[in-house]
Design a protein around this ligand. Sequence first.
Ligand SMILES: Nc1nc2c(ncn2[C@@H]2O[C@H](COP(=O)(O)OP(=O)(O)OP(=O)(O)O)[C@@H](O)[C@H]2O)c(=O)[nH]1
Ligand SMILES: [Mg+2]
Length: 303
Amino acid sequence: MDGAQLLIAGIGGLGSSWALKAHERAGNDVDLVLVDSDENSFSNDVQAHIIRLGSAEDASGCAGLPPLGEQRMRNAANVTRLLLEDVELVILLTGLGGGTGSGAAPEFARQARLSGAVVLSVAAHPFTAQPSRQAIAEASLIKLEKHSDVCVRLSLDRLAWQARERGSDWRLGASWVEELVDGLVRTLLRLGLINLDMMDLKAIVGHKGASTLLVAQGHGDNPQGLLDDAMSSPLASLKLDGAKGCLLQIEGGPGLTVGQVGEVADLFTSRLDDDAQVILGARVSEDLHDRMRVVAVVSGLAD
Ligand SMILES: Nc1nc2c(ncn2[C@@H]2O[C@H](COP(=O)(O)OP(=O)(O)OP(=O)(O)O)[C@@H](O)[C@H]2O)c(=O)[nH]1
Ligand SMILES: [Mg+2]
């Protein structure tokens, strides 16, 4: 799609660190905003918009108080309005359970939708060993879901487990989040063989019910492996059965064939409702060689 305005928004400490990483990969065609009350989230050498929630004197977070985070976000509405003016899609990343992300993320999403953007949120849920943070997260998630077109819930337990498997730090090694954002950006920003655009995305997220995002990478000859990879992502729950809508972007190297695209599409859509609306896009990326990447937005799921 030509000229779509995409914004990656990182809210709170964890959200900001993810957003920075994701933006590094997605490149400069995409805008980045970091929203936090903790100065540590804003490294100086980065081209990001910054929204500071709070004064420099108490610049160390909202101390687990979501109402404070929410109030400060509301107070920043004038700044946010300017930032969001031409934005068509917001990819919002946050970790729930603290004060800033839990309070400010739903309010940011609300403001973004008011300004006409589609909002895709990825929210990390705290470790099960942190019950008070879990309670904060649950309350916040209800609001974030309400104000997002798609809200994906990530489990930190599963992320940590997966990072251990890969031998990386769970906090920095959230490569799954980076891949997801990168895939979405590629899907919506760059032209493909079969072009997908914001209208397609809007059509899919317009279905009633819950929705989720999937991302997978694998070998072009092994569609089942791609699906398995998508299903092993650190989402808290994934039940695709009966979904009413699916936007599917399939990306492969120069050798990508129509047959391969069809095979992957069949497999990914086999569990959807018989009458599901499926919108398919495909593109060739030199850097993928014999690998394939799939990004899917699935909607109309049972709540
Ligand atoms: N165990 C552990 N969990 C963390 C750590 N950092 C973040 N988390 C988890 O990630 C969630 C969100 O944390 P942050 O992004 O730091 O919170 P915040 O939005 O900045 O909120 P405040 O700092 O309270 O204003 C928390 O609820 C924790 O579950 C950490 O260093 N150790
Ligand atoms: Mg913090």
